[in-house]
Design a protein around this ligand. Sequence first.
Ligand SMILES: [Zn+2]
Length: 163
Amino acid sequence: MHEPERFKSPEYLAVLDEVGTPEACHVSPSALNAMQEAAKKDYPLETCGLLIGTVNNGWQVDEARQIENLNKERAADRFQLDPAGYRNVDRELRGTAREIIGVFHSHPDCPAKPSPTDLESAWEGFVYPIISIYNGEVADILCWTLNEDGSRFQSLSVKHSQK
Ligand SMILES: [Zn+2]
């Protein structure tokens, strides 16, 4: 698979922590499917959305919901999650045991590694799966979270949960 040159640049490499975290992101089959379908539907543009679930012994994602990507100008390599979409979901979950625990997005024709822009917009405690999609087919999903001081992304394993 083709890896654009920028992914080998010092700026891009500086975003990645060499050490991963032992914690895991458990993803339900329906959430996994929803992320893959969103990436395919929006290809060759970037898709993005919210992950809903609980944080308890790692992240437990039971739902992935697509949210509009407001970045139309650079929709091939940037995403900007619609804040109104975020607020609606947040409001809906208030008072329930579930919450927004992460943000997913796709990298059309690029590896599933985070970019410097992804780092700038990342929140502590959130989990960030990236879906790599080449020629409209999902190639890879890698999951990331910020390290302790928020300076880099650490990888974590994606585990498939039963429900
Ligand atoms: Zn990205």
